[in-house]
Design a protein around this ligand. Structure first.
Ligand code: AHR
Length: 324
């Protein structure tokens, strides 16, 4: 269809007005921002909520999102990042499955002049200029918060040893490393608190149940407390505790991290004692930081998510407010 000169002039004026009014989503004046995002996988309720948050926020912001699910494998994330580089995306964002082993691929992104934003989990690289910023929780503090709840609760327990079993997250991942260290630092304040077993449950319900079964077989009634690095593993372990004829939340205190709806349901059923919040709702922040980065604006190197602690006593009241 041919346009008359008058129609062409009209269209040009409309575009000009839209741009001046800041209607960037019209995408007539601006090319949409393209972000390549590599997600860890779909191992937990938390992760599913995180994926939804990122996809929804991209849609709302008019961002062209190239999403890749790594199925918990670092090699898949490296492949995805290389493919984003080849596609010349504007920004690469990813939640690294493990902390180390990123130097080479991040150097490739830097050489291609594509800025990298870390979300949720950190990387361990010697050159911090390989990424622009890291948006996510303070996992060490989450571990400390879990321990502080236990230190308080321990004051009400009979004198003597308090035996803890720990379900760790994915081996080598930032949340597993940091939640372990934060918890260990803090429980030193009470020498009766003893971690008698600690093993990975890979952040999944199935693995959490399986490992808890093994803990129960080995130590049974000696176990007083379960500390799980995420709610999913705690929920799996709760099943194992019940199948062993014990009462989770009473015979064995259950402490976990994330604050997903499943944890609130378990607390309302009296089976989980406390969950330390870790927010997966990082999508809107990621989109706005990515825009700033692309526009060359300075951004903070670390953006820490604000979070709370939810003991079972407040679960019923808080449940209707939960977004994930
Ligand atoms: O990195 C965040 C952690 O990863 C969440 O605690 C856990 O549920 C997820 O799988």
């Amino acid at each position: 269809m041919k346009m008359t000169r008058r129609a062409l002039l009209g269209a040009a004026i409309t575009i000009g007005f839209a741009a001046a009014a800041g209607h960037t989503s019209l995408a007539l004046a601006d090319k949409p921002l393209t972000i390549g995002f590599s997600q860890v996988g779909a191992e937990s309720e938390w992760r599913t909520a995180n994926t939804v948050s990122i996809k929804d926020a991209a849609k709302q912001a008019g961002v062209n999102l190239k999403f890749a699910d790594a199925q918990q494998k670092q090699e898949n994330q490296v492949k995805a990042i290389r493919s984003f580089i080849a596609q010349k995306v504007d920004v690469i964002a990813f939640s690294p499955v493990v902390e180390s082993g990123w130097d080479t691929v991040l150097r490739e992104a830097k050489a291609a002049k594509i800025p990298v934003i870390l979300t949720d989990r950190a990387v361990n690289v010697s050159d911090k200029s390989l990424y622009v910023t890291f948006i996510g929780s303070d996992f060490v503090e989450e571990g400390r918060r879990a321990a502080r709840w236990l230190l308080e609760r321990a004051k009400t327990l009979p004198a003597g040893d308090i035996n803890i079993v720990e379900l760790q997250g994915t081996v080598g991942s930032a949340p597993a490393i940091d939640r372990k260290s934060g918890f260990e630092q803090e429980i030193k304040a009470n020498p009766n608190l003893k971690i008698i077993r600690s093993q990975t449950g890979d952040f999944t319900r199935a693995k959490g149940k399986e490992v808890m079964e093994a803990f129960l077989k080995a130590d049974g009634k000696k176990i007083n407390v379960l500390y799980a690095h995420n709610d999913d593993m705690a929920i799996g372990a709760i099943q194992a505790i019940e199948e062993a004829g014990l009462k989770p939340g009473k015979d064995i205190l259950v402490i976990s991290i994330d604050g997903v709806k499943g944890a609130f349901e378990a607390m309302m059923a009296g089976k989980l004692n406390v969950t330390v919040e870790c927010s997966p709702l990082l999508g809107p922040q990621l989109m706005s930081i990515a825009r700033d980065v692309k526009a060359g604006k300075p951004v903070p190197k670390r953006i820490t998510t604000e979070e709370g602690v939810f003991p079972a006593e407040v679960a019923a009241k808080e449940f209707p407010n939960r977004k994930y």
